[in-house]
Design a protein around this ligand. Structure first.
Ligand SMILES: Cc1cc2nc3c(=O)[nH]c(=O)nc-3n(C[C@H](O)[C@H](O)[C@H](O)COP(=O)(O)OP(=O)(O)OC[C@H]3O[C@@H](n4cnc5c(N)ncnc54)[C@H](O)[C@@H]3O)c2cc1C
Length: 321
């Protein structure tokens, strides 16, 4: 407990590991605490990540932890239950009672993904049922697909998925009205609309085989894009007093950050899904990396005086000058 870390990173997903790597390479005394259960673990592969495309998520996280070890950044398994204090003197409490102290904290705790609650969906989640066509569209290409969405996102997601297949059915499950204009645009793109309530998803050999409607009829489908919302996993950030960003159609309660990943609470940084950015591994790694550079910069500013001289310094807009 006497030891004080330069930074404690909470969360060991793409954002947290990306941050830990940059902090370690900057020779900052860094601890990463991770509860496990990164959001994409159910997927066969990470779609769209340069250098790791289509390879298992668990492999990515294991490689990341190995890389952090190279730079002396310990990854501790555990769950942070509370963070108190202020910049320079944060106290990070873990479930089980242990406490660690840090000058900065970086929240990279991800989000809980909430797809529609439909029987059969959970078993297929992250494979033939997915939240993001950029992540999983390639694997579902040229197959009969469906989009399960209502409201403003329905038409957008259906038209987007059209990039990957010309056999798309938009399922609104009896919720929300499509305007005449939306119907016309969907029709023009060759997308069918079915507004009957969806009762369940059926699987064959672990992959989606059909959508079952409440009236008993079935629609054979090989893949389904489900409009999903995201919510913070716990109230850790809220208890710390961080400022929230405006809720969006996907992220319900994102943490607010500026371009340097700082929150309005001095010394608190956040990155990844938690901040409501595009939910993709590449984006999370990039944000973690940027947050780590901002943490390092803030420590140097504190230790050696501010403002820093020009030269490889991130500006308030997140640009390098
Ligand atoms: C099913 C599925 C499939 C996906 N597939 C892809 C894909 O193919 N390609 C792609 O680019 N993106 C994909 N994504 C999105 C991608 O997984 C996320 O955008 C990315 O993982 C976000 O990284 P993160 O580090 O912010 O959060 P996460 O990866 O969720 O990691 C957060 C970590 O923080 C830990 N944590 C949370 N709270 C605490 C606490 N209090 N104490 C300690 N640790 C804590 C969690 O246990 C977790 O390990 C997918 C998402 C899902 C849900």
């Amino acid at each position: 407990m006497d030891e004080i870390w330069d930074c404690i990173v909470v969360g060991g997903g793409a954002a947290g590991l990306g941050a830990g790597l940059v902090l370690g390479r900057a020779r900052r005394k860094t601890l990463l605490v991770d509860a496990g259960g990164q959001s994409n673990l159910s997927a066969h592969g990470v779609g769209g990540l340069l250098g790791h495309d289509g390879r298992p998520p668990a492999e990515l996280y294991a490689l990341g932890r190995d890389e952090l070890a190279t730079y002396g950044v310990p990854v501790r398994s555990g769950e942070v239950s509370d963070i108190t204090g202020e910049a320079g003197h944060f106290v990070v409490r873990l479930h089980g009672g242990d406490e660690e102290r840090a000058r900065r904290v970086l929240l990279a705790t991800g989000m809980t993904y909430l797809p529609p609650a439909i029987p059969g969906l959970a078993e297929l989640w992250g494979r033939s049922v997915f939240h993001c066509p950029f992540c999983h569209g390639w694997e579902a290409r040229d197959q009969p697909l469906a989009v399960l969405a209502d409201g403003d996102r329905a038409t957008h997601l259906a038209l987007l998925l059209r990039c990957w297949s010309d056999d798309i059915v938009l399922l609104t499950s009896g919720r929300g009205e499509l305007s005449n204009d939306e119907r016309a645009r969907l029709c023009e793109a060759g997308i069918a609309i079915d507004e009957r309530p969806v009762a369940a998803l059926e699987a064959l050999d672990g992959e989606l085989s059909a959508v079952a409607f409440a009236d008993g009829e079935r629609l054979p489908r090989a893949g389904l894009l489900a409009a999903t919302v995201m919510r913070q996993r716990d109230r850790l950030a809220e208890r710390l007093g961080v400022t929230a960003a405006a809720p969006g159609p996907v992220a319900e309660d994102p943490v607010g950050v500026d371009p340097l990943c700082r929150n309005s609470i001095p010394g608190v940084f956040a990155a990844g899904d938690l901040t409501g950015e595009m939910p993709q591994v590449a984006a999370a790694i990039a944000a973690g990396s940027r947050a780590a550079a901002a943490v390092v910069q803030s420590l140097v500013a504190e230790d050696y005086g501010s403002p820093l001289p020009p030269g490889n310094v991130m500006t308030e807009q997140g640009r390098v000058r």
